[in-house]
Unconditional design. Structure first.
Length: 416
């Protein structure tokens, strides 16, 4: 028995009929008649001894073609060993094997959630991938292992692949649309990189259909307006720089949790913003330059007035990047604090060769601020899929659920 293998792995078979199937799986043939052979596939929980084989398997998959073995060997400790919500009884995930070869994987990341004021465990499914040679029921069986966990109060799933959505709905997941305002605002930092600006805010990464032409020309007017009339964001507004001190943050103290308290009270179900969880999500990254946390403190007593978290995401085949807002919390929604944070974010973006700063609003006050100061805007819908445990499902109609962009898997290692 190989190290790390369960003594009682689950076994099942997939049938393949010839002659149109891969000869590598042939058990036997008789002349040229059609034949059937059986491929034995097992699935079991991930063990620490699987890390290197998994790190070699995953970059072979099309969704992960830009990753390397080293990428995954750095990523796995962030998911589990450094995760404050991880406990030994929680599975790290599940793998599919064909004989001794890994042919499928789904990762399982625990994270703390608050459910009616009590800390509970949610689990996020990540990096679900099965080799095309054994897809079908085997893929679904892998997903069902994730759903069979008894210790989890919530199941989290994020995806932009439309073909997965029916599977999620069939398994009692509900769709939650983000950001709250369903609008993204853009601020041009580097006017020279026209192609990125046009793709993000004019063509929306594709050419418009005929019935979308009116909206297309509206966006074209906004892009032209932004190039001509976009105003600089003045740091601190009318206040002097001595009112606030804005800087990059390298860790979260207790004030980061306390500033969330008034906003958490309106949510029955939401990501826990305790200090350990915030530090894990904000700072446990493979590349610390990709996620920046900007804090704004009052100069008179160094108390926290607000903060924002951004991801700096390079565009493919270029060293240019877009800077996305991922999370924020402002005390009293103070527009002067907002101006200080945005101004600092723009300067940070310039240092990292960022073309666009993209933000969204979490309240009517921030919506009004962005509406006054950002010319570029577009409709935006990102989806979180959440399934409640059976115990919570019975009272789901009375629960106020507040999803978050920063919750795993989007919040960990900048991996979507």
């Amino acid at each position: 028995m190989l190290p790390g293998h369960s003594r009682n792995p689950h076994r099942y078979t997939t049938k393949r009929t010839g002659p149109g199937c891969s000869p590598a799986n042939v058990v036997g043939t008789k002349n040229s008649a059609p034949y059937v052979w059986i491929v034995m596939v097992t699935f079991r929980e991930v063990a620490d001894t699987d890390f290197i084989p998994l790190a070699e398997f995953l970059p072979q998959g099309l969704p992960f073609k830009t990753t390397t073995k080293e990428t995954w060997l750095r990523r796995f400790p962030l998911w589990w060993a450094k995760n404050p919500a991880y406990e030994p009884q929680i599975p790290k995930g599940w793998i599919l094997e064909q004989e001794t070869k890994i042919v499928g994987f789904i990762g399982n990341i625990p994270v703390k959630f608050l459910i009616r004021g009590k800390i509970k465990t949610a689990v996020a499914a990540v990096s679900w991938y099965v080799d095309p040679s054994v897809r079908g029921l085997t893929s679904i069986r892998l997903f069902h292992e994730y759903l069979k966990q008894k210790h989890a109060s919530l199941f989290l799933f994020n995806t932009d692949r439309s073909e997965l959505v029916p599977i999620l709905f069939k398994n009692k997941f509900r769709e939650y649309i983000l950001p709250p305002s369903q609008t993204e605002y853009g601020y041009i930092i580097n006017r020279k990189n026209v192609d990125i600006i046009l793709r993000e805010f004019l063509f929306l990464k594709r050419f418009p259909h005929i019935n979308e032409l009116l909206d297309f020309f509206t966006r074209l007017g906004m892009v032209m307006h932004a190039y001509i009339l976009q105003k600089p964001v003045v740091r601190g507004g009318k206040l002097t720089d001595k009112e606030y001190t804005t800087s990059l943050c390298t860790f979260c103290d207790d004030s980061f949790s306390r500033i969330w308290e008034p906003y958490m009270q309106s949510c029955d179900v939401t990501l826990s913003r305790d200090t350990n969880t915030l530090n894990w999500i904000y700072f446990s990254t493979v590349d610390s330059t990709k996620r920046v946390v900007i804090q704004c403190r009052r100069s008179r007593d160094a108390t926290l007035a607000g903060y924002m978290v951004f991801d700096i995401l390079p565009k493919k085949t270029t060293d240019l990047a877009i800077m996305y807002l991922m999370d924020m919390c402002l005390e009293d929604k103070d527009p002067q604090v907002m101006a200080s944070l945005i101004s600092y974010a723009i300067e940070t973006g310039r240092q990292h060769n960022v073309t666009l700063l993209v933000v969204w609003a979490d309240s009517p006050e921030t919506e009004a601020y962005f509406g006054r100061n950002f010319v570029l805007r577009k409709a935006s819908q990102r989806h979180n899929y959440i399934r409640l445990s059976q115990a919570l499902e019975e009272n789901s109609d009375s629960l106020s659920i507040c999803p978050s962009l920063i919750a795993p898997p989007r919040g960990i290692d900048h991996f979507t």
